[in-house]
Design a binder for this molecule. Structure first.
Ligand code: SAM
Length: 174
């Protein structure tokens, strides 16, 4: 099957739409990435080109196509306890962060991907908060991609995802 080409004009349309509606800023170099990610969807819908897909997207009052776009365009790399420096920071500053909070903690994992980040936060707090049971803790996890949010709420992780977790964490929390 012939490769579908995303023209610069079409790329600009998607780039502006994505920035305005999702908040993701795409540089000009991302044209091939956008082309590769959207091509499958365009073909799946039986459309002939990206302009037709753009038309479908902006005219879809149900919002379903927008949800698809969010899942297609976002990059969802994550892992449990990713970025060790952040956890070192938490360890050092946890006592200052909770001081004067009346044991009430509200945490927002604003781009949680498949959930490893909010679950890591939960495990971290359980391990590191002095008598964590006395805290009123709520962790809000959100993401622009409905696909990864579904995985996050299912909370099912395979061998690859848990490969770097210690036996202590695995037996206590999984
Ligand atoms: C690279 S992942 C990082 C996941 C996690 N925070 C971590 O550090 O392991 C980035 C996530 O941000 C999400 N994202 C991108 N733009 C977003 C927005 N405007 N609002 C909410 N989530 C967004 C993507 O869908 C993706 O799942």
């Amino acid at each position: 099957m012939e490769k579908m080409e995303l023209t610069k004009k079409e790329f600009t349309l998607f780039k502006e739409y994505i920035y305005e509606h999702i908040g993701i800023s795409l540089s000009e170099q991302k044209i091939y990435l956008v082309q590769a990610r959207l091509a499958k969807r365009v073909k799946h819908l039986g459309l002939t080109d990206f302009s037709a897909y753009y038309h479908t997207l902006v005219n879809d009052a149900s919002g379903k196509e927008f949800e698809y776009l969010c899942s297609l365009i976002s990059t969802n790399v994550t892992s449990f306890f990713r970025e060790s420096k952040q956890w070192d920071f938490w360890k050092t500053h946890l006592s200052t962060m909770i001081a004067g909070k009346n044991n009430r903690l509200r945490i927002w994992s604003a781009a949680c991907s498949t959930g490893e980040e909010p679950y890591s936060i939960a495990m971290f707090l359980d391990e590191n908060l002095p008598s964590s049971a006395h805290f009123d803790i709520k962790i809000l996890a959100t993401d622009v991609s409905p696909r990864v949010l579904k995985e996050a709420s299912e909370g099912v992780y395979g061998p690859k995802a848990i490969a770097n977790l210690s036996q202590n964490y695995l037996s206590r929390y999984f």
